[in-house]
Design a protein around this ligand. Structure first.
Ligand SMILES: Cc1cc2nc3c(=O)[nH]c(=O)nc-3n(C[C@H](O)[C@H](O)[C@H](O)COP(=O)(O)O)c2cc1C
Length: 169
């Protein structure tokens, strides 16, 4: 297998701090912890997708907001758009599973990029859904890319999962 670790890579991720299902109020989201492990292990650059109007800090309000947005298939505005991934061969895409799917702000970003010839490595944090429907979604969004097997880590165990991430890489 080709050495994915040494290819020029970027991690595009979404992650929400504030009130979390399993770990209470957190300063840094679970997915961001994994994104930073990948950066430490591979030298990848990081790009964080941020919703212009953040979801509520309160967990129950947030899940309702995200559900409505998903049912309406919205593309919420994001703080900064990454214009291109031309400089990278490998793109790690990291998200919390939201109702089985990608959070909608990731769609806003991912649909703007040219995926031709890229290698995509998905990872999720979750509370039981694993990778959910995310690999399927990425296969349809990232046209012309090869979507490899993903890594799914439970929110409550991200802070002790660096070895697991290293094995996957
Ligand atoms: C809006 C919302 C929807 C969620 N939906 C699911 C789900 O369908 N399946 C699941 O296993 N976890 C679900 N979760 C739990 C998150 O995926 C999990 O807590 C994740 O680690 C949060 O990552 P973050 O801290 O990087 O934002 C949901 C959480 C939120 C806020």
């Amino acid at each position: 297998m080709t050495d994915l670790k040494n290819k020029k890579s970027i991690v595009i991720y979404f992650s929400r701090a504030d009130e979390n299902y399993a770990v209470g109020y957190i300063d840094k989201g679970n997915t961001e912890v994994i994104a930073e492990y990948i950066r430490d292990l591979t030298g990848a650059e990081l790009f964080k997708v941020e919703r212009k109007k953040p979801y509520a800090k309160d967990y129950n309000t947030c899940i309702k907001e995200a559900q409505i947005e998903q049912e309406r298939n919205e593309r919420p505005e994001i703080v900064k758009v990454l214009p291109s991934i031309d400089d990278y061969e490998v793109v790690y895409i990291g998200v919390p599973v939201y109702w089985g799917d990608l959070p909608q702000p990731m769609l806003t970003q991912l649909e703007k990029l040219n995926w031709n010839g890229k290698i995509v490595r998905p990872f999720t944090t979750h509370e039981g859904s694993g990778l959910g429907n995310i690999p399927n979604q990425l296969k349809s969004i990232c046209k012309g890319a090869e979507v490899l097997n993903g890594l799914a880590i439970r929110g409550a165990s991200v802070r002790s999962s660096k070895d697991k991430v290293a094995d996957w890489i």
